[in-house]
Design a protein around this ligand. Structure first.
Ligand SMILES: *Cc1c(COP(=O)(O)O)cnc(C)c1O
Length: 344
């Protein structure tokens, strides 16, 4: 990796961040707070929340085995995705490379930030090839996006293939592990100490059952996290989210139970899809959803909508012609989907 100073935009590297009242004084001993122009009434909502979410990070650090200074928390993973562009990529000059098909937000944020978005198509088995990603890079490539398990294809990529990208690329590699809790693969978290160019994204939105609170995480070197903290909105994670995040993290065993149940249902649902005459192929998955190639995805999608059952129609996505993406629901929901499809 070339030095972080060379990778980060000059204006960001030299940025003097906003200093809030809570940054200047964050000790616990004081009891009269007349520094932030807050209203003294309506506790606890009258006070600005901790800009660095220290309590939440302390718990997450134990759950994830990542030091607190290597954790960034944001308003969903989407904030961490957008920040990668704003920190590293010069609008109109730099570019990024990503696998395709993949999660749509990488391209939307590239477009918003006026960054060229280079796509490298997966092969027909939805596998990625490190050499092809590296070949798409040039001197202005700042980021490579890898989503594993990948959305919408569902599969994980070979760890050695990802490591090859990490070891050969001179810029930042972002690995989105939104679905890692459902996966057979290990997280790349343990690679962080040896790979200063790695940013790992995770989220409370999927296995942790907390999409509504908007809490996403990035794990990276302390140097990268410091820059992220400088660029983010000062109070990017509100008090309610911090409280509810702590609440959710109290019970990792509950999450394990959900995951086991969902994986069991996934197996059952996929087997049932294989038997459907209107289903041509069910793709291997490592996430809480799977991709199924149907005889006529659009017509089946419309038929399901009519019955009040919503799946994701991916037929217009590259390599996903006639594919529906099915999220695993409760046993009752899955049965309702199956019986509707059997009557199609
Ligand atoms: C669902 C999903 C996320 C989660 O985004 P949040 O903003 O944290 O809810 C991130 N990445 C991928 C690939 C996803 O599918």
């Amino acid at each position: 990796m070339i030095s972080l100073e060379q990778l980060v935009r000059k204006n960001i590297w030299s940025l003097a961040p906003y200093s809030s009242a809570r940054d200047e004084y964050s000790g616990k001993e004081a009891h009269v707070f007349l520094d932030a122009n807050e209203n003294p009434y309506n506790a606890p909502y009258n006070r600005y929340p901790d800009p660095l979410q220290r309590e939440l990070k302390a718990v997450l650090s134990r759950v994830k085995g990542v030091p607190e200074n290597m954790i960034f928390l944001g308003n969903g993973s989407d904030e961490a995705i957008d920040l990668a562009y704003r920190v590293f990529c010069r609008p109109g000059i730099d570019n990024v490379v990503a696998i395709a098909p993949t999660y749509g937000m990488y391209q939307v944020c590239a477009d918003i930030n006026d960054i060229e978005y280079r796509q490298v198509l997966l092969d027909e088995n939805y596998q990625m090839h490190a050499d092809q990603l590296l070949a798409a890079c040039d001197g202005n490539t700042k980021l490579i996006w890898i989503c594993s398990p990948n959305n919408p294809t569902g599969n994980s990529f070979d760890r050695d293939e990802i490591l090859k990208v990490l070891n050969s690329f001179q810029g930042i590699v972002v690995v989105d592990e939104a679905y890692i809790d459902f996966s057979q693969q290990l997280s790349l978290r343990q690679e962080l100490p040896t790979h200063p160019n790695l940013i790992i994204l995770q989220t409370m939105s999927k296995a942790w059952g907390s999409a509504a609170i908007r809490l996403g995480m990035a794990f990276a070197s302390a140097d990268i996290i410091n820059i992220y903290n400088k660029v983010k909105y000062p109070y990017n994670v509100n008090l309610l989210t911090q409280q509810q995040g702590l609440e959710a993290l109290k019970d990792p065993f509950e999450v394990d139970k959900w995951v086991k149940t969902l994986l069991g249902e996934r197996t059952r649902l996929m087997q049932a899809f294989v038997e459907l005459p209107i289903c041509e192929k069910v793709y291997k998955t490592d996430a809480n959803f799977f991709l199924a190639r149907m005889t006529d995805a659009q017509a089946i999608y419309d038929y399901l909508v009519d019955k009040g059952i919503i799946v994701r129609n991916r037929t217009r996505v590259q390599l996903c012609n006639n594919c529906l993406r099915i999220t695993i629901g409760t046993r009752t929901e899955n049965n309702e989907l199956l019986s509707a499809l059997r009557q199609y």
